[in-house]
Design a protein around this ligand. Structure first.
Ligand code: KQY
Length: 365
């Protein structure tokens, strides 16, 4: 078993690297629960297959999969994708997996936060979540990396770092009483710094409209280089997203990062607005205690929810008029990487997107 450490990463000289730094691999979890993924999760599994095979062109991919689905996934995925039989509650490894940290010597450790399904009994999205809460330590075991257990509820999709001391997050999520009701903003900042090796938090007020995670940053705004932030945007002042993006922009325009740099903000227009169709809603099993999926409900679609891998960027597209501009924006921001698109709608129907279902393992020694 991986050693559980009692120090903090920062005290031991570790920091969370930016996603664009080199990776040793990427983790995903195979989707199967039919109260979140329509039509027996088959359309979602096809979407995962495309995503997995795209990332596998760039770095080694490991997929955690239940015993029930092992043979199904093995038949669908290419041989170089590693499958590991693991019990989980759903497929959001960005949030259930560890946040990896590195030091200058190339050592890697995991930080395994507490997971309460995005709000526990106060608005959480499913019950139980005990198997998901163990995904972080299990991945650390698999990778033989020591693990920190801060005892603090946090999801990987609620933080974003530049790898140079700055962490971006939202008040809507991290200050939500359904995560850590007894911790003040100041104490949360201390815990972030101690576990991410950061020294500056930039707090944006709210995430994407109707994002069921309570406003995860990875759907709203993310660092794409030191001093550069990609922000989901709409030009429609009557759209509920407008005020959210505009207030985030105002904060980003007046803030500086940990190194004292002003930030350049790049806007990417949101898709849609997108909504669940009747047929899509009808394909999801209605189960008490799970998030209902209702026809006509708006989806929290965003192109910001992408994955930056070795020499590649993978972003979701939606068969939407804004897709082409989003791809062009990524091509401009990442000139040295292949820009690859994957169909994002099936993942979005489950409540997230490409970034939410991936977790990078940084390259160590
Ligand atoms: O956005 C994410 N990081 C996760 C979304 C979870 C949705 C659960 N239905």
């Amino acid at each position: 078993m991986s050693a559980t450490l009692t120090s903090t990463p920062a005290a031991d000289g570790f920091r969370m690297p930016a996603e664009w730094e080199p990776h040793a691999g990427c983790f995903l979890v195979w989707p199967e629960r039919t109260d979140n993924w329509r039509d027996g999760a088959k359309p979602a599994q096809r979407a995962w297959r495309t995503l997995i095979e795209t990332i596998a062109t760039a770095e080694p991919v490991t997929v955690l999969v239940s015993a029930r689905q092992y043979a199904v996934a093995r038949a669908l995925l290419s041989d170089d994708v590693r499958l590991v039989e693991t019990t989980t509650n759903d497929a959001w490894v960005r949030d259930t997996g560890p946040t990896f940290v590195v030091n200058d010597a190339g050592d890697v450790r995991g930080v395994s936060w507490d997971f309460n399904a995005w709000g526990g009994l106060r608005g959480g999205l499913y019950f139980p979540w005990d198997a998901d809460d163990l995904v972080g330590p299990k991945i650390c075991d698999l990778e033989r990396v020591p693990v920190h257990r801060p005892g603090f509820v946090l999801e990987g999709g609620s933080i974003d770092v530049d790898g140079e001391g700055t962490v971006l997050t939202t008040e809507e999520c991290l200050l939500n009483p359904n995560r850590n009701p007894d911790l003040s903003r100041g104490r949360i900042e201390q815990l972030l710094h101690a576990h991410l090796g950061t020294s500056k938090v930039i707090w944006l007020p709210r995430g994407v409209h109707l994002d069921e995670t309570d406003g995860h940053i990875d759907n709203l705004a993310r660092f794409v280089a030191p001093g550069v932030v990609l922000l989901t945007w709409t030009d429609d002042v009557d759209d509920p997203q407008y005020a959210r993006s505009a207030e985030a922009l105002a904060v980003l325009e007046r803030e500086t990062d940990a190194a004292g740099r002003s930030l350049t903000v790049v806007k990417v227009h949101q898709p849609g607005p997108l909504a669940i169709t009747e047929a899509e809603a009808a394909g999801v099993d209605a189960v008490p205690g799970s998030q209902p999926r209702l026809a006509g409900e708006r989806l929290a679609g965003s192109y910001v929810n992408s994955y930056v891998g070795n020499g590649i960027v993978v972003l979701p597209v939606f068969d939407d008029p804004h897709d082409a501009a989003a791809v062009a924006t990524y091509e401009r921001l990442f000139p040295g990487r292949r820009i690859r698109t994957v169909p994002g709608r099936e993942i979005l129907l489950g409540g997230g997107n490409v970034h939410c279902v991936t977790q990078q393992l940084p390259a160590g020694r």
